[in-house]
Design a protein around this ligand. Sequence first.
Ligand code: IYR
Length: 225
Amino acid sequence: MKEDSFKTIALDFNLLEEKEMFERAEALNNLLQKRRTVRAYSDKSVPRQIIEQCLLAANSAPSGANRQPWHFAVVSSAIKKKEIREGAEEEEREFYNTRAPQDWLKALAPLGTNANKPFLEKAPYLIVIFGQKFMTNEKGQKLKNYYVAESVGIATGLLIAALHNAGLATLTHTPAPMKFLNKILDRPNTERPIMILVVGYPEQNAQVPDITRKSLEQFTSFHDE
Ligand code: IYR
C-alpha cells in the first residue's frame, strides 16, 4: 500500500451497451432480492477457498484514505465457536431480560429472535468483523484511520453479497457489548468488533420471517430539475 507518493495507472474500464447495462443491473437485483437473513443452519462444511474469494471481494471496498481499516477473523474451530456462543448468549440474556427497552423488544417480535443462538456453534463459519481505529505503517508508526464505521459497513455489504452470490446463507449478528470477541480471538484493543457474520448452508426446509421490502417510491427520491 503506497503511503505518501501520488502515482497513477490507466483505469481498467469496459464501456457497455445500455441494453447490457440494464440486463446486468436487473440480474444483480434479482439475485440480491433472493438473499434472506437465515437463522437456521446446517453443519455442512464449506470449502475455505470459497470464503477466501468472498473475503477478497469484500476487501475491494472503498475506504477512508484507502486505509482498509478492517480485520476479518474467520472462525471454524468448534472450541472457539462454542466460546463465542457462550459469550454472545450471556450478553443476549442481559439484553432480552434487562437492557432492551419495551419498544425494541416489540420491534423484534416479528423476527422471533431470543437469547438462544445455536447457529453460532452449528454454522461452519463465523466471520467476526473488526474495525481498526488505528493502523501501524511499515515504519512502525501509529496512524489514525478515517470513516472506519462507513468503510467497514461497505466491506461487510460486499462480503454478504459475495457470499450470497457464491450460494451461501448469512446472518449478521450483533450481541452488545462485543468486547469478549477481542479476548477470544486475540485481537488488539485498537480494534472494535462490529459484527459476527454467520456463514453456511441453510438447514433443510429452513423457514424465514414473512417480511416485505419497501418499494422504490418508498425509499428513494429523484431530483431531476
Ligand atoms: N442482538 C439481538 C437483538 C436483535 C437486534 C436487532 I436491531 C435485530 O434486527 C435482531 C436481533 C439478537 O441477535 O437477538
